[in-house]
Write a protein that binds this ligand. Structure first.
Ligand code: NAI
Length: 267
């Protein structure tokens, strides 16, 4: 029997995560912390949230950087690229994960809200890729990237035009990046979660209504999951983060793939 393992653990690997202050990104920071021995770069516009996550990392690497900026800002990304080259000189793993949700029918969706969602979810991933791929290309070993898409980018539902279109765009962007990165050994994959129990839901008015109706967040999530998820439950942030860690660190030669993590919702 072939007992060879194919872990891609690297000496002094450096990792970057966007949307690291909360939910899935924060859970991924916990998971990568012991493995990214060369350093961890946490990006989010929520500065206090970033500090909280950085203060509670298990087995943290010697160098942890928190970069508080808006992922839609190209100027800040250019500075971040210079910072990474200057302070770390390399980048092995990156997660383009920051995102926002909005629920509204097309006629009720303002152009400003459409632009905000497209800008964070799609432009933000583009700017992440544009920054990290040239740095990864400098290493003979290449690198690995995971983007956080959504089941909403695969399955059409009413009231998620901006969110669904942005996430469908993220999936195609990921595939193009996988083609472009392959000659340099850069793998690019996506997770497409269905429902995940994270703070993102709290901002949605319909979730607030559900909270009032059911009396607790637990009951509200259970009600949502019972509606359309065959497995009958949403994923935890850590369950999704574990699969992202796998795509980043242990899944050569997988590239251009979408790992749907939705309890059967899209079936
Ligand atoms: P979350 O709200 O807990 O985390 C999102 C993080 O992104 C926050 O820390 C927020 O501050 C950050 N962020 C938002 N806009 C930003 C900007 N312009 N610049 C910098 N940082 C920004 O939500 P969650 O669930 O952890 O979301 C992570 C990713 O997972 C998102 O891309 C989301 O679309 C995706 N996702 C979430 C699902 C869910 O059910 N929670 C389902 C499918 C996908």
């Amino acid at each position: 029997m072939d007992t060879q393992t194919h872990s891609e653990d690297r000496l002094d690997a450096v990792a970057l995560i966007t949307g690291a202050a909360s939910g899935i990104g924060a859970a991924l920071a916990q998971r990568l912390s012991p493995r990214a021995t060369g350093g961890l770069i946490l990006v989010d516009h929520n500065e206090r949230g970033l500090a909280r996550v950085a203060d509670h990392l298990p087995e943290p690497p010697e160098r942890v950087s928190t970069l508080a900026f808006d992922v839609t800002d190209p100027r800040r990304w250019a500075q971040a690229g210079d910072f990474i080259m200057d302070q770390y000189g390399r980048l092995d793993w990156a997660a383009a994960n920051a995102g926002v949700a909005h629920a509204s029918s097309i006629p009720d969706l303002s152009y400003e809200e459409w632009r905000r969602v497209m800008s964070v979810n799609l432009d933000g991933v583009f700017l992440t890729l544009k920054t990290v791929m040239p740095i990864m290309r400098l290493s003979a070993q290449g690198g690995a990237i995971v983007v956080t898409a959504s089941a909403a980018g695969v399955k059409a539902e009413p009231n998620i035009a901006a969110y669904g279109a942005s996430k469908a765009g993220v999936l195609q962007l990921m595939r193009v990046a996988a083609r472009e990165g392959a000659p340099d050994g850069i793998r690019v994959n996506a997770v497409a979660p269905g429902g995940v129990e994270t703070p993102m839901w709290r901002e949605q008015p319909f979730f607030q209504d559900l909270l009032r109706e059911t009396g607790s967040e637990r009951a509200a999530f259970d009600r949502l999951a019972a509606g359309a998820t065959p497995l009958g439950r949403y994923a935890s942030a850590d369950e999704v983060a574990r699969l992202m860690e796998h795509l980043l660190c242990d899944s050569a030669p997988v590239t251009g793939a979408t790992l749907v993590v939705d309890g059967g919702y899209t079936l």
